[in-house]
Design a protein around this ligand. Structure first.
Ligand code: KIV
Ligand code: ZN
Length: 389
């Protein structure tokens, strides 16, 4: 049976940590409403202990969309942060407290300057306290991919016994590679299922080596049941796993992963553009799924194949992700087939073979000079050619 993979969106928390991506209250609510339309399972609305503004934004998001989507916010393993999360999300129907604490040696030694046991105890105390406030608590073992495995597992075991209902395994600095990260998740999943099979195993991957999507998909293949992502892959430094890539990776290769999400994929393009518009951060043109060129074809060989059957060069349709339909960009490399298709689509007759050859020659001259030829260029070319004749 296919497994449902939960999608946790952290655009409004990790995504908002991008320099220059400051969103005001109304913009955050607009994004949260669009995330609801996209049908994500959980929205991480912010880090309420960080400022009064962040607290208010989380609270307003919980009020406005918290009746139909689970809302969470981030806390360090300290009471005041946990209180701030609780107070800001308590009006949501399905609130979740998210606690983060490092498990790698470098975090324990350099960040906390405490013994491993003392750090582990902080985590356990934080979970126990959070459980007095809400039933759902997620625990993130920050820098998990660089942690000593036995200490990582000891931490997971202890916080699950203390009541954590979700364990999130972050590749905080984007250090992992897919095979290794998948293996880590497989090992944790095996032990976790023996310990308490109701606990949800989640991953959170960063993109420092450009591997966030690959690591996330590898984790799914190895047992992860929930993924943390952001729209357009926004996030700290090189960003987080991009929601649209992970979701479409799973959808296009559903049989390979034996899993699915409940994401309304036809909202992906709109969501990407909204986030880009409100944050002022462009989507790179060749970005998978939502980039301007994601469904544009310019090679003549490809255009010829696509005109015969779209599936020759398309593994998903633009309509499936809510983008405009396939675009053939005419260039000097476009063949007769693509040019003819455009001319006919514009309502012109091409049955006179000699006339068409003359037109095609003019088109090639124009394409050499202009590089890209648009519909209005073709219209002018044909009408001018026929008027002159
Ligand atoms: O990257 C990270 O480790 C995080 C945690 C808060 C999950 O963002
Ligand atoms: Zn992160």
């Amino acid at each position: 049976m296919k497994r449902k993979i939960m999608v946790f969106d952290t655009t409004l928390r990790d995504g908002e940590q991008v320099p220059g991506a400051k969103l005001n209250l109304h913009q955050k609510i607009e994004i949260a409403q669009q995330l609801k339309r996209l049908n994500v399972d959980i929205i991480e609305a912010g880090f309420p202990a960080s400022s009064a503004g962040d607290f208010q934004a989380v609270q307003e998001i919980a009020r406005s969309v918290g009746n139909s989507v689970s809302i969470t916010a981030l806390a360090r393993a300290v009471k005041s942060d946990i209180d701030a999360v609780y107070e800001s999300i308590k009006l949501a129907q399905n609130p979740l407290i998210h606690i983060v604490l490092g498990t790698s040696n470098i975090h324990v030694e350099k960040k906390f300057n405490r013994s491993k046991d003392a750090v582990l105890q902080m985590g356990v105390d934080a979970v126990k306290y959070a459980k007095t406030l809400l039933p759902q608590v997620q625990y993130s073992t920050e820098d998990a991919s660089r942690s000593d495995f036995e200490y990582l597992w000891k931490t997971i075991e202890a916080v699950v016994k203390a009541g954590a209902t979700m364990i999130n395994v972050p590749d905080t600095v984007g250090y992992a590679v897919p095979e290794e990260f998948g293996e880590l998740i497989r090992k944790i999943n095996k032990r976790l299922k023996n310990l308490d099979d109701r606990v949800i195993l989640s991953v959170h991957c960063h993109n420092d080596l450009g591997l966030a999507t690959a690591n996330t998909l590898s984790a799914i293949k190895n047992g992860a049941e929930k993924v943390e992502c952001t729209i357009n892959g926004l996030g700290e430094r090189a960003g987080n796993a991009s929601l649209e890539e992970v979701v479409m990776g799973l959808k296009v290769r559903e049989n390979y992963f034996n899993g699915y999400t409940d994401i309304n994929t036809t909202e992906l393009h709109r969501t990407s553009r909204l986030v880009s518009h409100l944050t002022g951060l462009d989507v790179q043109v060749n970005k998978a799924i939502t980039g301007e060129n994601a469904f544009a074809h310019s090679s003549g060989i490809h255009q010829d194949g696509l005109l015969k059957d779209k599936r020759v060069y398309e593994i998903m349709s633009p309509e499936e992700v809510g983008a405009d339909s396939m675009e053939l960009i005419l260039t000097a490399r476009s063949g007769r087939h693509a040019f003819k298709n455009t001319v006919e689509r514009m309502g012109f007759d091409t049955s006179d073979a000699d006339d068409f050859e003359q037109l095609f020659a003019k088109f090639l001259t124009l394409a050499d000079a202009k590089k890209e030829v648009y519909d209005h260029d073709v219209f002018y070319l044909v009408t001018n050619h026929r008027t002159v004749e």
